[in-house]
Write a protein that binds this ligand. Structure first.
Ligand SMILES: *Cc1c(COP(=O)(O)O)cnc(C)c1O
Length: 374
């Protein structure tokens, strides 16, 4: 029996080890030249014309963006009910209220009409999430935001390298936050980044990133506002630089494997595949399986795959059903699509070092389970 196939695994090669080794031996471990180099490299990757600031996590980048946009107590922020919980947690963290909207069953993303249905005078911002690397249809959202004076902060934690209408997410100019957690398409161990066009926003967020500190031309220090401790160490930045150089190769491989799934997964009414899109960066390949229709519980399905050497993920439970959010008044039945995804989703193995033989194996187990072949 081979080792278990995980749903994801970071791609760490000699170049990554060498990059990290050089920083460790350089005498400078925390934020310094490598962090700045990474900011410049991400700027180039996104096509230039924007500012990039790196953070110690995607969560920090989101929190700092909300603060820099002036979102706070009394404000409402529209977020999708289907995402990783950080998307809503950061809204609570800055003292604002997350207002959930349901997502589309195909793209698993929120849409402009759902956002519009919850707008009221307290709505300050909307945080679209590019779920699993699939771009949100942003044009109608920008249009809505403009007509209602809303701040748009994109949670692109899963979407570095994703394209929307032929342009990379993050190149448009409004604040966009990425994550470089080890499960994401590239990693800095823990880390994230903000891309934004406005240089003042970038300068503001730099202060928030590091204790609120500002220095004048003579190097004198002042602290004009509160700031946190959100800086990315050079160790992670050096790893990120080595990773970013291969990001397009990683994504090409992810797309190839995703197409393999589309071609090989069995056709069955209980199995729903994700939407495809040319700009998709395939951070995850999440299917929905109607386990109840098969007379099984999802935990049994997970065990079944585990016995065949496959570790599936379940991304994610619907956020409003967590007890923290239930205490804010949310309950079951309000976000049927997000709840449906939360209960039925299975994340299939997908990472660049996987092979098409691995895809075959996963699809074979599915076919057997569903009693169909292709
Ligand atoms: C991973 C993720 C985050 C948080 O990023 P970290 O780097 O882990 O802090 C936020 N939102 C979404 C949608 C994510 O997938």
């Amino acid at each position: 029996m081979n080792a278990t196939l995980p749903f994801t695994r970071p791609t760490i090669e000699e170049v990554d080890l060498e990059a990290v080794r050089q920083v460790l031996l350089s005498g400078w471990l925390t934020t310094g030249p490598k962090a700045q180099e990474l900011e410049e490299a991400i700027t180039r990757y996104l096509g230039g014309g924007i500012q990039v600031r790196v953070f110690n996590s995607g969560t920090s980048a989101l929190e700092a963006s909300l603060l820099a946009a002036g979102v706070g107590p009394g404000d409402e922020v529209v977020v999708p009910a289907m995402s990783f919980v950080a998307t809503a947690n950061v809204v609570l963290r800055v003292g604002a209220r997350p207002v959930f909207v349901d997502v589309d069953a195909g793209s698993r993303n929120l849409c402009a009409s759902a956002v519009e249905s919850v707008l009221n005078p307290r709505t300050r911002a909307v945080m679209p999430v590019h779920f699993a690397g699939m771009a949100v249809d942003m044009a109608p959202i920008y249009e809505l935001a403009e007509s209602r004076s809303l701040v748009v902060i994109e949670d692109a934690a899963q979407a570095i390298g994703t394209a929307y209408r032929g342009r990379k997410i993050g190149s448009h100019g409004n604040p966009v936050c990425f994550s470089f957690h080890p499960n994401k398409n590239i990693t800095t161990i823990e880390g994230g980044a903000l891309a934004v066009a406005d240089p003042d926003f970038a300068k503001h967020i730099e202060r928030i990133r590091f204790h609120g500190i500002e220095r004048d031309a003579d190097g004198n220090m002042d602290v004009p506002e509160w700031g946190g401790k959100m800086n990315l160490p050079d160790l992670g930045a050096a790893l990120g630089l080595a990773q970013l150089a291969r990001l397009d190769d990683f994504i090409a491989k992810r797309r190839e494997l995703a197409q393999g799934y589309f071609e090989r997964l069995p056709v069955h009414p209980a199995l729903r595949l994700p939407a495809d899109d040319p700009g998709h960066s395939w951070h995850m390949f999440c299917v929905c399986l109607d386990c109840a229709a098969l007379g099984r519980r999802r935990s049994e399905i997970l065990d079944h795959f585990q016995r065949h050497g496959i570790a599936l993920g379940t991304h994610y439970p619907a956020i409003p059903l967590f007890s923290l959010y239930r205490r804010l008044g949310y309950d079951r039945g309000v976000f049927p699509v997000a709840e449906w995804i939360g209960e039925q989703t299975l994340t299939l193995p997908l990472f660049p070092k996987m092979t098409m033989t691995d895809v075959d194996h996963v699809c074979h187990v599915f076919s057997e389970l569903l009693g169909v072949s292709r």
